[in-house]
Design a protein around this ligand. Structure first.
Ligand code: HEM
Length: 437
Protein backbone atom coordinates (compact mmCIF):
# COMPACT_ATOMS: atom_id res chain seq x y z
CA UNK A 1 0.00 0.00 0.00
CA UNK A 2 1.34 3.46 -0.86
CA UNK A 3 2.42 5.53 2.09
CA UNK A 4 0.78 8.88 2.69
CA UNK A 5 3.15 11.77 3.42
CA UNK A 6 1.66 12.11 6.91
CA UNK A 7 2.25 8.49 7.91
CA UNK A 8 5.23 7.82 10.15
CA UNK A 9 7.94 6.01 8.19
CA UNK A 10 8.43 2.33 9.08
CA UNK A 11 10.63 2.00 12.16
CA UNK A 12 10.31 5.68 13.04
CA UNK A 13 10.29 6.82 16.67
CA UNK A 14 7.08 7.67 18.56
CA UNK A 15 5.63 11.15 18.27
CA UNK A 16 7.33 13.77 20.39
CA UNK A 17 6.59 17.40 21.19
CA UNK A 18 9.06 20.04 20.00
CA UNK A 19 11.70 20.47 22.73
CA UNK A 20 12.25 23.97 24.05
CA UNK A 21 16.00 24.37 23.70
CA UNK A 22 19.14 22.67 22.49
CA UNK A 23 19.77 20.71 25.68
CA UNK A 24 16.21 19.43 25.64
CA UNK A 25 16.67 18.45 22.01
CA UNK A 26 19.68 16.32 22.92
CA UNK A 27 17.78 14.64 25.76
CA UNK A 28 14.80 14.16 23.48
CA UNK A 29 16.91 12.53 20.82
CA UNK A 30 18.79 10.31 23.27
CA UNK A 31 16.05 9.18 25.59
CA UNK A 32 12.86 9.74 23.60
CA UNK A 33 13.50 6.70 21.42
CA UNK A 34 12.35 3.13 21.70
CA UNK A 35 14.09 1.38 24.61
CA UNK A 36 16.46 -1.35 23.51
CA UNK A 37 14.05 -3.99 24.80
CA UNK A 38 11.39 -2.78 22.34
CA UNK A 39 13.66 -3.57 19.36
CA UNK A 40 13.61 -7.04 17.82
CA UNK A 41 15.47 -9.25 20.32
CA UNK A 42 18.60 -11.18 19.35
CA UNK A 43 17.06 -14.32 17.86
CA UNK A 44 19.61 -17.05 18.62
CA UNK A 45 19.66 -18.11 22.30
CA UNK A 46 23.45 -17.69 22.51
CA UNK A 47 23.22 -14.22 20.92
CA UNK A 48 20.42 -13.41 23.36
CA UNK A 49 22.52 -14.62 26.32
CA UNK A 50 25.54 -12.61 25.15
CA UNK A 51 23.47 -9.51 24.46
CA UNK A 52 21.95 -9.55 27.95
CA UNK A 53 25.48 -9.32 29.36
CA UNK A 54 27.11 -7.02 26.79
CA UNK A 55 24.45 -5.38 24.59
CA UNK A 56 26.54 -5.12 21.43
CA UNK A 57 23.87 -6.64 19.17
CA UNK A 58 20.97 -4.56 20.43
CA UNK A 59 23.27 -1.52 20.64
CA UNK A 60 24.18 -1.99 16.99
CA UNK A 61 20.51 -2.39 16.10
CA UNK A 62 19.61 0.74 18.01
CA UNK A 63 22.42 2.87 16.53
CA UNK A 64 22.63 1.48 12.99
CA UNK A 65 19.45 -0.38 12.10
CA UNK A 66 16.46 1.33 13.70
CA UNK A 67 18.37 4.59 14.22
CA UNK A 68 16.11 7.46 13.10
CA UNK A 69 17.68 9.61 10.37
CA UNK A 70 16.29 12.77 8.78
CA UNK A 71 14.37 11.65 5.70
CA UNK A 72 15.76 14.33 3.37
CA UNK A 73 19.55 13.77 3.39
CA UNK A 74 21.21 14.31 0.01
CA UNK A 75 24.27 12.53 -1.41
CA UNK A 76 26.64 14.92 0.37
CA UNK A 77 25.75 13.00 3.54
CA UNK A 78 27.48 9.95 2.02
CA UNK A 79 30.87 11.50 2.50
CA UNK A 80 31.18 10.63 6.20
CA UNK A 81 30.83 6.96 5.23
CA UNK A 82 33.37 7.43 2.39
CA UNK A 83 35.82 9.02 4.82
CA UNK A 84 35.41 6.13 7.26
CA UNK A 85 35.96 3.53 4.53
CA UNK A 86 38.99 5.40 3.14
CA UNK A 87 40.51 5.53 6.64
CA UNK A 88 39.93 1.80 7.10
CA UNK A 89 41.61 1.07 3.73
CA UNK A 90 44.61 3.21 4.73
CA UNK A 91 45.00 1.49 8.08
CA UNK A 92 44.71 -1.99 6.62
CA UNK A 93 47.08 -1.41 3.68
CA UNK A 94 49.45 0.43 6.07
CA UNK A 95 49.74 -2.63 8.32
CA UNK A 96 50.82 -4.78 5.37
CA UNK A 97 53.25 -2.14 4.09
CA UNK A 98 54.81 -1.97 7.56
CA UNK A 99 55.71 -5.67 7.27
CA UNK A 100 58.17 -4.77 4.50
CA UNK A 101 59.25 -1.22 5.27
CA UNK A 102 62.55 -0.39 7.02
CA UNK A 103 62.75 2.90 8.93
CA UNK A 104 66.39 3.73 8.40
CA UNK A 105 67.83 6.45 6.20
CA UNK A 106 70.10 3.97 4.39
CA UNK A 107 67.39 1.33 3.74
CA UNK A 108 64.02 3.15 3.63
CA UNK A 109 64.16 4.09 -0.07
CA UNK A 110 65.37 0.62 -1.10
CA UNK A 111 62.68 -1.09 1.02
CA UNK A 112 59.96 0.96 -0.69
CA UNK A 113 61.47 0.13 -4.10
CA UNK A 114 61.44 -3.54 -3.10
CA UNK A 115 57.77 -3.29 -2.14
CA UNK A 116 57.04 -1.85 -5.59
CA UNK A 117 59.15 -4.35 -7.54
CA UNK A 118 59.75 -7.55 -5.56
CA UNK A 119 57.13 -8.12 -2.87
CA UNK A 120 54.23 -10.13 -4.37
CA UNK A 121 51.38 -7.63 -5.04
CA UNK A 122 53.48 -5.02 -3.25
CA UNK A 123 52.87 -2.55 -6.09
CA UNK A 124 49.13 -2.97 -5.53
CA UNK A 125 49.45 -2.46 -1.79
CA UNK A 126 51.48 0.70 -2.27
CA UNK A 127 49.22 2.03 -4.98
CA UNK A 128 46.21 1.46 -2.72
CA UNK A 129 47.90 3.21 0.20
CA UNK A 130 49.08 6.19 -1.88
CA UNK A 131 45.87 6.52 -3.89
CA UNK A 132 43.96 5.98 -0.64
CA UNK A 133 45.49 9.09 0.91
CA UNK A 134 44.33 11.22 -2.02
CA UNK A 135 40.84 9.67 -1.94
CA UNK A 136 40.74 10.18 1.82
CA UNK A 137 41.57 13.87 1.68
CA UNK A 138 39.28 14.48 -1.31
CA UNK A 139 36.26 13.02 0.51
CA UNK A 140 37.31 14.58 3.83
CA UNK A 141 37.40 18.07 2.28
CA UNK A 142 33.95 17.56 0.71
CA UNK A 143 32.68 16.24 4.08
CA UNK A 144 33.98 19.35 5.86
CA UNK A 145 32.64 21.73 3.20
CA UNK A 146 29.20 20.07 3.40
CA UNK A 147 29.20 20.57 7.17
CA UNK A 148 30.09 24.23 6.66
CA UNK A 149 27.45 24.80 3.96
CA UNK A 150 24.59 23.36 5.97
CA UNK A 151 25.73 24.83 9.30
CA UNK A 152 26.16 21.37 10.87
CA UNK A 153 28.59 22.89 13.41
CA UNK A 154 25.94 25.02 15.10
CA UNK A 155 24.45 24.27 18.49
CA UNK A 156 24.01 21.54 19.65
CA UNK A 157 26.70 20.00 17.39
CA UNK A 158 29.75 21.98 18.55
CA UNK A 159 31.50 18.98 20.12
CA UNK A 160 30.83 16.93 17.00
CA UNK A 161 32.54 19.70 15.02
CA UNK A 162 35.49 19.84 17.44
CA UNK A 163 36.05 16.08 17.22
CA UNK A 164 36.00 16.47 13.41
CA UNK A 165 38.62 19.21 13.61
CA UNK A 166 40.75 17.08 15.95
CA UNK A 167 40.55 14.35 13.31
CA UNK A 168 41.60 16.79 10.61
CA UNK A 169 44.66 17.84 12.63
CA UNK A 170 45.57 14.21 13.38
CA UNK A 171 45.24 12.91 9.83
CA UNK A 172 47.22 15.89 8.54
CA UNK A 173 50.05 15.01 10.95
CA UNK A 174 49.83 11.36 9.87
CA UNK A 175 49.89 12.25 6.16
CA UNK A 176 52.79 14.65 6.59
CA UNK A 177 54.77 11.94 8.39
CA UNK A 178 53.78 9.32 5.81
CA UNK A 179 55.20 11.38 2.96
CA UNK A 180 58.63 11.44 4.68
CA UNK A 181 58.83 7.64 5.00
CA UNK A 182 59.85 6.65 1.41
CA UNK A 183 62.93 8.87 1.91
CA UNK A 184 62.81 10.35 -1.59
CA UNK A 185 63.98 13.86 -2.43
CA UNK A 186 60.57 15.41 -1.59
CA UNK A 187 60.41 13.44 1.66
CA UNK A 188 63.76 14.72 2.81
CA UNK A 189 63.35 18.31 1.67
CA UNK A 190 59.78 18.42 2.93
CA UNK A 191 61.14 17.54 6.37
CA UNK A 192 63.78 20.25 5.98
CA UNK A 193 61.06 22.84 5.19
CA UNK A 194 58.99 21.67 8.19
CA UNK A 195 61.86 21.76 10.68
CA UNK A 196 62.96 25.18 9.32
CA UNK A 197 59.41 26.48 9.71
CA UNK A 198 59.19 25.05 13.25
CA UNK A 199 62.50 26.63 14.24
CA UNK A 200 61.11 30.07 13.27
CA UNK A 201 58.79 29.92 16.30
CA UNK A 202 60.18 32.20 19.02
CA UNK A 203 61.40 30.54 22.25
CA UNK A 204 60.04 27.02 21.54
CA UNK A 205 61.18 26.77 17.89
CA UNK A 206 64.55 25.08 18.29
CA UNK A 207 63.23 22.70 20.91
CA UNK A 208 60.35 21.75 18.59
CA UNK A 209 62.64 21.27 15.58
CA UNK A 210 64.95 19.15 17.77
CA UNK A 211 61.99 17.08 18.94
CA UNK A 212 61.05 16.33 15.32
CA UNK A 213 64.65 15.69 14.25
CA UNK A 214 65.68 13.68 17.30
CA UNK A 215 69.17 15.21 17.10
CA UNK A 216 71.16 18.17 15.80
CA UNK A 217 70.61 17.15 12.16
CA UNK A 218 68.13 15.12 10.14
CA UNK A 219 69.05 11.44 10.24
CA UNK A 220 68.03 7.97 11.40
CA UNK A 221 66.53 9.24 14.66
CA UNK A 222 64.33 11.68 12.69
CA UNK A 223 63.00 8.91 10.45
CA UNK A 224 62.23 6.72 13.48
CA UNK A 225 60.29 9.51 15.14
CA UNK A 226 58.41 10.29 11.95
CA UNK A 227 57.51 6.59 11.55
CA UNK A 228 56.17 6.42 15.10
CA UNK A 229 54.25 9.69 14.60
CA UNK A 230 52.76 8.28 11.38
CA UNK A 231 51.20 5.14 12.78
CA UNK A 232 50.37 6.51 16.24
CA UNK A 233 48.36 9.37 14.67
CA UNK A 234 46.71 7.02 12.17
CA UNK A 235 45.58 4.51 14.80
CA UNK A 236 44.67 7.14 17.39
CA UNK A 237 42.33 8.56 14.74
CA UNK A 238 40.17 5.42 15.11
CA UNK A 239 39.43 6.38 18.72
CA UNK A 240 38.53 9.93 17.72
CA UNK A 241 36.28 8.65 14.89
CA UNK A 242 34.41 6.64 17.56
CA UNK A 243 33.98 9.83 19.61
CA UNK A 244 32.94 11.73 16.45
CA UNK A 245 30.22 9.24 15.58
CA UNK A 246 29.15 8.96 19.25
CA UNK A 247 28.73 12.76 19.37
CA UNK A 248 26.74 12.55 16.12
CA UNK A 249 24.42 9.91 17.56
CA UNK A 250 23.79 12.06 20.65
CA UNK A 251 22.58 15.07 18.67
CA UNK A 252 21.36 13.28 15.56
CA UNK A 253 22.24 14.31 12.00
CA UNK A 254 21.61 17.76 10.64
CA UNK A 255 19.95 17.87 7.18
CA UNK A 256 19.86 20.15 4.12
CA UNK A 257 17.13 22.38 5.58
CA UNK A 258 19.05 22.84 8.85
CA UNK A 259 15.69 22.48 10.65
CA UNK A 260 15.78 20.01 13.58
CA UNK A 261 13.88 16.74 13.38
CA UNK A 262 10.56 17.24 15.16
CA UNK A 263 8.90 13.86 15.12
CA UNK A 264 8.45 10.54 13.35
CA UNK A 265 7.18 12.19 10.17
CA UNK A 266 10.65 13.67 9.70
CA UNK A 267 12.65 10.47 10.09
CA UNK A 268 13.30 7.14 8.41
CA UNK A 269 15.35 4.29 9.91
CA UNK A 270 19.01 4.05 8.96
CA UNK A 271 18.44 0.55 7.59
CA UNK A 272 17.40 -0.09 4.83
CA UNK A 273 17.17 3.49 3.58
CA UNK A 274 20.64 4.89 4.24
CA UNK A 275 22.48 1.57 4.15
CA UNK A 276 21.26 1.31 0.55
CA UNK A 277 22.10 4.92 -0.26
CA UNK A 278 25.56 4.66 1.34
CA UNK A 279 26.06 1.34 -0.48
CA UNK A 280 25.30 2.93 -3.85
CA UNK A 281 27.61 5.84 -3.10
CA UNK A 282 30.36 3.46 -1.98
CA UNK A 283 30.11 1.57 -5.28
CA UNK A 284 30.92 4.82 -7.12
CA UNK A 285 33.66 5.61 -4.58
CA UNK A 286 35.27 2.19 -5.15
CA UNK A 287 35.07 2.68 -8.93
CA UNK A 288 36.88 6.03 -8.80
CA UNK A 289 39.41 4.57 -6.34
CA UNK A 290 40.02 1.59 -8.66
CA UNK A 291 40.64 3.91 -11.62
CA UNK A 292 43.18 5.80 -9.54
CA UNK A 293 44.89 2.62 -8.32
CA UNK A 294 44.97 0.65 -11.56
CA UNK A 295 45.11 3.25 -14.32
CA UNK A 296 46.72 6.29 -12.72
CA UNK A 297 49.15 5.04 -10.05
CA UNK A 298 51.55 7.82 -9.18
CA UNK A 299 49.44 10.41 -11.04
CA UNK A 300 49.08 12.57 -7.96
CA UNK A 301 52.58 12.10 -6.54
CA UNK A 302 55.64 14.05 -7.56
CA UNK A 303 58.23 12.24 -9.67
CA UNK A 304 61.03 13.79 -7.57
CA UNK A 305 60.07 11.45 -4.77
CA UNK A 306 61.26 8.50 -6.85
CA UNK A 307 64.80 9.89 -6.51
CA UNK A 308 66.53 8.87 -3.27
CA UNK A 309 66.98 11.62 -0.67
CA UNK A 310 70.20 13.54 -1.16
CA UNK A 311 71.04 16.21 1.44
CA UNK A 312 73.61 17.69 -0.96
CA UNK A 313 71.23 18.37 -3.84
CA UNK A 314 68.22 20.64 -3.34
CA UNK A 315 65.42 19.98 -5.86
CA UNK A 316 64.53 22.90 -8.16
CA UNK A 317 61.07 23.17 -6.52
CA UNK A 318 59.94 21.73 -3.21
CA UNK A 319 56.21 20.98 -3.40
CA UNK A 320 53.89 19.21 -1.02
CA UNK A 321 51.21 16.68 -1.99
CA UNK A 322 48.08 18.32 -3.46
CA UNK A 323 46.09 18.04 -0.24
CA UNK A 324 48.57 20.21 1.65
CA UNK A 325 49.09 22.67 -1.22
CA UNK A 326 46.46 25.23 -0.04
CA UNK A 327 48.14 25.54 3.37
CA UNK A 328 51.61 25.55 1.79
CA UNK A 329 50.50 28.47 -0.42
CA UNK A 330 49.45 30.38 2.71
CA UNK A 331 52.81 29.54 4.33
CA UNK A 332 54.60 31.19 1.39
CA UNK A 333 52.16 34.05 0.84
CA UNK A 334 54.10 36.48 3.04
CA UNK A 335 57.83 37.21 2.87
CA UNK A 336 58.45 36.21 6.48
CA UNK A 337 59.14 32.71 7.79
CA UNK A 338 57.38 33.28 11.11
CA UNK A 339 54.53 35.28 9.53
CA UNK A 340 53.88 32.51 6.98
CA UNK A 341 53.88 29.87 9.70
CA UNK A 342 51.47 31.85 11.88
CA UNK A 343 49.11 32.31 8.92
CA UNK A 344 49.29 28.67 7.79
CA UNK A 345 48.67 27.30 11.29
CA UNK A 346 46.08 30.05 11.91
CA UNK A 347 44.19 29.10 8.73
CA UNK A 348 43.50 25.69 10.30
CA UNK A 349 43.09 26.82 13.92
CA UNK A 350 40.41 29.33 12.91
CA UNK A 351 38.23 26.40 11.81
CA UNK A 352 38.02 25.18 15.43
CA UNK A 353 36.29 28.42 16.42
CA UNK A 354 33.63 28.39 13.67
CA UNK A 355 30.69 27.35 15.90
CA UNK A 356 31.31 30.49 17.98
CA UNK A 357 32.26 32.82 15.11
CA UNK A 358 29.07 32.26 13.12
CA UNK A 359 26.34 34.42 14.66
CA UNK A 360 23.54 33.54 12.23
CA UNK A 361 20.46 31.92 13.79
CA UNK A 362 19.80 30.14 10.48
CA UNK A 363 21.78 26.93 9.94
CA UNK A 364 21.54 26.01 6.29
CA UNK A 365 23.02 28.24 3.56
CA UNK A 366 19.86 27.41 1.59
CA UNK A 367 18.00 30.10 3.51
CA UNK A 368 20.88 32.59 3.58
CA UNK A 369 20.77 34.43 0.21
CA UNK A 370 24.18 36.13 0.54
CA UNK A 371 26.01 33.42 2.45
CA UNK A 372 25.07 30.76 -0.09
CA UNK A 373 27.11 32.65 -2.70
CA UNK A 374 30.03 33.18 -0.38
CA UNK A 375 30.41 29.43 0.19
CA UNK A 376 31.38 28.75 -3.48
CA UNK A 377 33.75 31.71 -3.16
CA UNK A 378 35.38 30.04 -0.16
CA UNK A 379 35.67 26.84 -2.18
CA UNK A 380 37.21 28.77 -5.08
CA UNK A 381 39.77 30.42 -2.81
CA UNK A 382 40.71 26.96 -1.43
CA UNK A 383 41.13 25.54 -4.95
CA UNK A 384 43.17 28.57 -6.10
CA UNK A 385 45.37 28.26 -3.03
CA UNK A 386 45.81 24.59 -3.89
CA UNK A 387 46.99 25.40 -7.41
CA UNK A 388 49.19 28.27 -6.20
CA UNK A 389 50.79 25.93 -3.63
CA UNK A 390 52.06 23.73 -6.47
CA UNK A 391 53.49 26.68 -8.45
CA UNK A 392 56.53 28.81 -7.77
CA UNK A 393 55.71 31.63 -5.33
CA UNK A 394 56.16 34.45 -7.82
CA UNK A 395 54.23 36.70 -10.25
CA UNK A 396 50.53 36.08 -10.83
CA UNK A 397 50.30 32.94 -8.68
CA UNK A 398 51.81 34.70 -5.69
CA UNK A 399 49.26 37.52 -6.09
CA UNK A 400 46.44 34.97 -6.40
CA UNK A 401 47.60 33.08 -3.34
CA UNK A 402 47.66 36.33 -1.33
CA UNK A 403 44.15 37.31 -2.42
CA UNK A 404 42.76 33.83 -1.79
CA UNK A 405 44.44 33.64 1.63
CA UNK A 406 42.97 37.04 2.46
CA UNK A 407 39.48 35.85 1.56
CA UNK A 408 39.98 32.67 3.64
CA UNK A 409 40.53 34.76 6.77
CA UNK A 410 37.88 37.36 5.86
CA UNK A 411 35.31 34.60 5.41
CA UNK A 412 35.83 33.16 8.87
CA UNK A 413 36.78 36.23 10.89
CA UNK A 414 34.54 38.88 9.27
CA UNK A 415 31.76 37.27 7.21
CA UNK A 416 30.71 34.69 9.81
CA UNK A 417 30.31 37.10 12.74
CA UNK A 418 29.14 40.23 10.85
CA UNK A 419 27.07 39.08 7.86
CA UNK A 420 24.08 38.00 10.01
CA UNK A 421 23.60 41.68 10.96
CA UNK A 422 22.83 42.61 7.35
CA UNK A 423 21.53 39.46 5.72
CA UNK A 424 17.76 39.03 5.37
CA UNK A 425 17.30 35.28 5.60
CA UNK A 426 14.56 33.40 3.75
CA UNK A 427 11.73 31.67 5.65
CA UNK A 428 12.71 28.17 6.79
CA UNK A 429 10.21 25.30 6.53
CA UNK A 430 8.32 24.46 9.72
CA UNK A 431 9.60 20.92 9.61
CA UNK A 432 11.53 18.62 7.28
CA UNK A 433 8.41 16.80 6.17
CA UNK A 434 6.15 19.87 6.07
CA UNK A 435 6.16 22.67 3.50
CA UNK A 436 7.45 26.24 3.80
CA UNK A 437 6.18 28.38 6.64
C1 HEM B 1 38.74 10.76 9.76
C2 HEM B 1 37.94 11.76 9.50
C3 HEM B 1 36.43 11.73 9.63
C4 HEM B 1 35.58 10.68 9.62
C5 HEM B 1 35.91 9.20 9.46
C6 HEM B 1 34.23 11.20 9.77
C7 HEM B 1 33.08 10.44 9.78
C8 HEM B 1 31.79 10.95 9.86
C9 HEM B 1 30.58 10.19 9.68
C10 HEM B 1 30.52 8.69 9.37
C11 HEM B 1 29.54 11.04 9.80
C12 HEM B 1 28.06 10.72 9.59
C13 HEM B 1 27.72 10.78 8.11
C14 HEM B 1 27.73 12.19 7.53
O1 HEM B 1 27.11 13.10 8.11
O2 HEM B 1 28.39 12.39 6.48
C15 HEM B 1 30.07 12.35 10.12
C16 HEM B 1 29.33 13.48 10.35
C17 HEM B 1 29.85 14.73 10.60
N1 HEM B 1 31.18 15.10 10.53
FE1 HEM B 1 32.72 13.85 10.23
N2 HEM B 1 34.31 12.57 9.88
C18 HEM B 1 35.62 12.93 9.80
C19 HEM B 1 36.13 14.21 9.83
C20 HEM B 1 35.38 15.36 10.00
C21 HEM B 1 35.90 16.70 9.93
C22 HEM B 1 37.33 17.09 9.60
C23 HEM B 1 34.85 17.54 10.19
C24 HEM B 1 34.89 19.04 10.24
C25 HEM B 1 35.39 19.65 11.22
C26 HEM B 1 33.68 16.72 10.43
C27 HEM B 1 32.43 17.20 10.76
C28 HEM B 1 31.29 16.44 10.79
C29 HEM B 1 29.96 16.97 11.08
C30 HEM B 1 29.63 18.42 11.45
C31 HEM B 1 29.06 15.90 10.95
C32 HEM B 1 27.54 15.93 11.13
C33 HEM B 1 26.96 16.31 9.81
C34 HEM B 1 25.47 16.48 9.84
O3 HEM B 1 24.79 15.75 10.54
O4 HEM B 1 25.02 17.37 9.13
N3 HEM B 1 34.03 15.41 10.28
N4 HEM B 1 31.45 12.27 10.13
Amino acid sequence: MAQRPDDPAPGAQPDAALPADADDQIAEHRYGREPTSALPAASHPIAHWFDARLPLISGFRREYVAYPMPRNLNYLWNFGAFTTVALAVLLLSGIFLALHYTASTSLAFASVEAIDRQVPSGWLLRSIHMGGVSMFFAVLYVHTWRSLYYGSYKSPREVLWLTGMALLAMVMAAAFAGYILPWGQMSYWGLVVATNAASAIPVLGHWLAGLLQGGPTIGDASLHRIYVLHFVMAFAAIGVVVLHVAALHITGSNNPTGVEVKGPRDTIPFHPYYTTKDGLGLAVFVLVFAILVFFLPGWLTLSDNYVEANPLSTPADISPEWYFAPFYAILRAVPSKLGGLVLAVGSILVLFAIPWLDRSPVRSARYRPIYRWLMPLLLLSFVLLGIAGLKRPEGLWLAISRLAALYWFIHFLVVLPLLPRFERTLPEPDSIAGGAR
